[in-house]
Design a protein around this ligand. Structure first.
Ligand SMILES: [Zn+2]
Length: 264
């Protein structure tokens, strides 16, 4: 074999190698970072030792809650918001702590415009049809006009902390009509169900930064959908006595329905 033939074979091999790594095209290289696991939160482990200052170094986009379970958290474009159970929205200071948060540095791998009305379930079915595989993780950003959002927040808890299913009974419900804003969320595979919420999980923040919460229902009018394909996950477990002594049970799907209030 002469030198130029060897060269060509080398180039073909190189091309085949690179095209085989990215089965779905060029993916941005990013990771999910989360503090604690839902198994611990479901059992009432509501105090973590991870600050929002530290969390901001792990992602600019995500959701979660605060120590004492003091409301719903939304992270968008590097800014973090707290939606308390009275419906008020506050900017989160770096010294505040979280017992559970899920973030990533959001980079869209797929962008779609949706300009027809869709219910939350129709929308979730549509997103599901776009996912190239059900075995990896996805960050999902939905920005635009919503004809309806039903959201909730949870009230700050006192010790001894009740399990999350008990707290969900006293959740505050907010309904918004014709509102502009962003749904921030994730789709995670079934096999992560004791680590995080499997399926879809969305929080909402309005453009005027005055309304939001954990999304229970939604109707879309005209939105831009962005999906971030993610293959890495980093989990930081709290270094607290309560976490270390917790007897973490497997989560039952009825419990998730009670707490999350959404169909998968
Ligand atoms: Zn939530």
């Amino acid at each position: 074999m002469n030198r130029s033939n060897t060269h060509i074979i080398f180039l073909i091999t190189l091309f085949a190698f690179f095209t085989s790594i990215h089965a779905f095209g060029q993916e941005s290289n990013d990771a999910i970072f989360q503090t604690s696991i839902v198994g611990a939160i479901f059992q009432g482990d509501y105090d973590g030792n991870f600050t929002f200052g530290e969390l901001k170094e792990k992602g600019d986009f995500g959701l979660g809650t605060f120590n004492h379970l003091d409301g719903e958290m939304i992270g968008l474009d590097g800014k973090f918001y707290q939606v308390r159970s009275d419906g008020t929205v506050h900017e989160v200071s770096d010294s505040m702590k979280t017992p559970f948060a899920v973030v990533t540095f959001f980079e869209a791998d797929k962008v779609e415009t949706i300009d027809k009305p869709l219910s939350c379930n129709e929308f979730k079915e549509y997103i599901s049809s776009l996912l190239p595989t059900r075995n990896i993780f996805y960050g999902i950003k939905v920005k635009g006009d919503f004809s309806y959002i039903k959201a909730r927040s949870v009230p700050k808890q006192k010790k001894p902390y009740p399990p999350l299913a008990e707290v969900a009974k006293e959740e505050a419900i907010f309904e918004f009509n014709n509102i502009n804003g962003t749904m921030v969320g994730f789709w995670l595979p079934e096999y992560l169900k004791d680590i995080n919420i499997s399926g879809f999980h969305f929080h909402f923040i309005s453009d005027n930064e005055k309304s939001g919460g954990h999304v229970l229902e939604c109707n879309l009018k005209n939105v831009q959908l962005e999906i971030d394909y993610i293959r890495d996950i980093n989990i930081s477990l709290p270094d607290t006595k309560s976490f270390n002594t917790l007897n973490i049970n497997t989560i039952k799907s009825e419990e998730v329905k009670k707490v999350e209030g959404v169909k998968k």
